[in-house]
Design a protein around this ligand. Structure first.
Ligand code: FAD
Length: 477
């Protein structure tokens, strides 16, 4: 009888899981193993909101495996333990010894620290005589499969997408393998013992989410029924559920882009007036572009993609302003609504992410890394590739980024995308009853502002815009 380990990481699903399908096809028994090894992710170990999600997602995967009369096997790697401890490699070796497994299967991740770790583990296990097989589960195409005519990585999205678009239907999504014969360890640890949940009940507002494969499919069904048909207009309106909200599910690999595209097509297959899915697929293309950039330019989470930007003079770190930005007390309503939505739900609408990032990096001229780190800790969809690309895009230092001199005006943006202020009123209760347009700029009526209890703006939007442009001009010369 042959046994294989399937090393689960951020591929927390049973359907369309190439490593699981291959292992179940080639071996009589499969050990579904999750190794908790945050130290191996360096400074990008999962933040607090991601850990909350991970806890529930592991529980959901465990429930899925129980349908096959098994359970998720959990182990802990303590690479930096003061006593020496063990890393994922040692955990795998122990499991191999205990179970007699002859092969290890896993799905690829593209974060630089994990890539290095995986290469080391693969080399060592192969030297031990194990079969090691890895697969792409979470992208339409591996980042090295798409290149320009000159065989260079892409730096601009539109030609990247044109190329990728021709390839997204190359493979069909895989079914959940059945039968799936599972094996167990003698002493697995519990998911609870990983200590992923916050000690304070700060995540109580996360109840809207259902982490796990089933939750992902439900979210996709909601989107297919209600929103995808109006995605082009609806995706910019933060008061509506006009987007799919699949980002945390995609990040944790509870659903794949292939499954998303197939299910949306199937949903509309026999309907007249099926909506145009292209604008939505293109957004999934941005996710692939982020991974393409991270793979080819692994410094992007820390360093300006555009090196010319290294000459830009950021303002001195302003702890007070940063705190008010994080707390949603900047006195700029759309920005505060976004930051409070983030704190309460672990998620923020894309349009508002751009506005809060613009205020931080342009009006306050604080380095984009400060915002990237805060998002890393508070977003349930915190994703190294997408977060780095998003921040550098807004800051103007990234690949195919918004030019620095295009500075969002949060008041006109708010009037355009939240015209009646429904989003602001929901997240900023001080302004719930603000009359008409005052909801976007309450400082225009001093008496109202005072009575509302809402703070004055921390910056003069016009003056700081001009200062930012001046700093940019100086950095160019
Ligand atoms: P939908 O509009 O339904 O899009 C579907 C999917 O496409 C998303 O789930 C996501 O996987 C992908 N996608 C959509 N827009 C983008 C984009 N601009 N860049 C990359 N992928 C995209 N996204 C993350 O997943 N994790 C992050 O850490 C993250 N940080 C960001 C930081 C900043 C400053 C900015 C401006 C954007 C960031 N984004 C990030 C991108 C985007 O805001 C989210 O992917 C999107 O809001 C998720 O909501 P949704 O699933 O409803 O998106």
């Amino acid at each position: 009888m042959t046994t294989a380990i399937v090393w689960f990481r951020r591929d927390l699903r049973l359907a369309d899981n190439p490593a699981l399908v291959a292992a179940a096809g080639a071996h009589e028994r499969v050990i579904p193993l999750y190794i908790h090894a945050p130290d191996e992710e360096g400074e990008w170990a999962p933040g607090a909101a991601s850990r909350w999600w991970l806890h529930h997602s592991l529980e959901a995967l465990d429930r899925g495996l129980r349908r096959h009369k098994g359970a998720l096997q959990v182990a802990i790697a303590h690479e930096r333990a003061p006593t020496g401890g063990e890393g994922s490699l040692e955990v795998l070796r122990k499991v191999i010894k205990e179970t007699g497994a002859s092969a290890v299967y896993f799905n690829l991740l593209y974060d630089p620290a994990i890539r290095k770790r995986d290469a080391k583990v693969r080399k060592a296990l192969e030297a031990d005589g194990l079969d090691v097989a890895s697969f792409n589960a979470n992208l339409w195409c591996d980042p090295w499969e798409i290149a320009t005519k000159e065989d260079e990585p892409y730096r601009v999205f539109t030609p990247f997408w044109r190329n990728l678009r021709t390839r997204i239907d190359e493979h069909a999504a895989l079914d959940e393998p059945t039968p799936l014969r599972l094996d167990a360890l003698k002493k697995p640890v519990s998911i609870d013992s990983l200590g992923l949940l916050p000690e304070l009940d700060w995540a109580k507002g996360f109840h809207e989410w259902t982490p796990g494969e089933e939750g992902a499919q439900e979210m996709l069904s909601l989107f297919a029924d209600d929103a995808v048909g109006h995605y082009s207009e609806g995706r910019d309106l933060p008061a509506r559920h006009g987007t799919s909200r699949l980002s945390p599910h995609l990040h944790f690999g509870e659903i794949s882009p292939r499954q998303v595209a197939e299910r949306l097509r199937a949903h509309f297959a026999r309907r007249k007036n099926a909506p145009d899915l292209e604008p939505y697929l293109r957004q999934l293309g941005w996710r692939e572009f982020g991974h393409h950039l991270l793979w080819h330019f692994p410094d992007t989470p820390k360093k300006n993609f555009n090196k010319k930007f290294d000459a830009f003079k950021w303002a001195k770190r302003d702890a007070h302003a940063l705190r008010r930005w994080k707390q949603g007390k900047t006195g700029i309503p759309i920005v505060d609504a976004g930051m409070r939505e983030l704190w309460a739900t672990g998620w923020m609408h894309n349009r508002v992410r751009m506005l809060v990032a613009s205020l931080l990096t342009k009006n306050l001229r604080q380095h984009w890394l400060l915002g990237e780190k805060w998002f890393w800790d508070t977003l349930v969809d915190a994703d190294l590739a997408n977060n780095a690309m998003g921040w550098q895009w807004v800051a103007g230092s990234g690949a195919d980024a918004a030019p620095y001199f295009r500075i969002f005006n949060p008041v006109t943006q708010s009037e355009k995308f939240d015209p009646d202020g429904a989003y602001i009123r929901r997240w900023v209760p001080e302004l719930r009853d603000a009359p008409g347009k005052l909801v976007h700029a309450p400082w225009e009526d001093e008496a109202y502002l005072k009575a509302s209890g809402y703070p004055k703006p921390i910056v003069d939007l016009k003056a700081t815009r001009e200062q930012a442009l001046l700093a940019y001009q100086k950095s160019k010369s």
